[in-house]
Design a protein around this ligand. Structure first.
Ligand SMILES: [Zn+2]
Length: 162
């Protein structure tokens, strides 16, 4: 998303927040009511500006997952009007089943489960961040755990010539 679009979107978000804060006051406060309509017309104006910008830059698509506008070359269209950006696709595709992870990085089978269920819980921070979780009988693990945790222990293997 370019700078102008981003600043408009941020402005609309803060106006929506302001409107939400004002709405409960409308019944009691006559000024609140007129302030809300001011905010609403300002939001509408930004809406017009944004649609003008977007018709100029048809190459930007809004990601269904992160709501960012991203160049269409960096998006995948799931169906008409539904796009997902490369960054989100990457984040999703990098969740691996533990056995895939172990195979990919050539670490002993069962290592992830052993660490994930260990009383010492060395991976607890990753579990809390949703980067490691149990799914049915499997553990799902994000590829980044290689960089952040396993590479240090097992990188001698990764450096072996293929
Ligand atoms: Zn996205």
């Amino acid at each position: 998303m370019d700078y102008i679009t981003r600043s408009y979107v941020e402005r609309v978000e803060s106006l929506e927040k302001l409107k939400a804060d004002l709405l409960p006051l409308v019944g009691d406060d006559i000024l609140a009511k007129s302030f809300v309509s001011q905010v609403e017309s300002e939001i509408a104006q930004y809406g017009i500006k944004l649609s003008r910008l977007q018709s100029k830059s048809l190459d930007a698509l809004k990601c269904i997952q992160c709501s960012r506008f991203e160049d269409k070359n960096n998006c995948k269209t799931i169906r008409l009007g539904v796009h997902i950006c490369a960054l989100c696709m990457r984040t999703i595709s990098e969740m691996l089943v533990a056995s895939e992870f172990e195979e990919k990085y050539e670490i002993p089978e069962g290592t992830i489960k052993q660490h994930a269920t260990s009383p010492a819980d060395p991976l607890s921070a990753f579990k809390e961040a949703g980067m490691l979780r149990k799914s049915g009988r499997n553990w799902l693990i994000h590829r980044l755990l290689w960089d952040l945790f396993y590479a240090e222990k097992y990188s001698h293997k990764a450096k072996l010539p293929k």
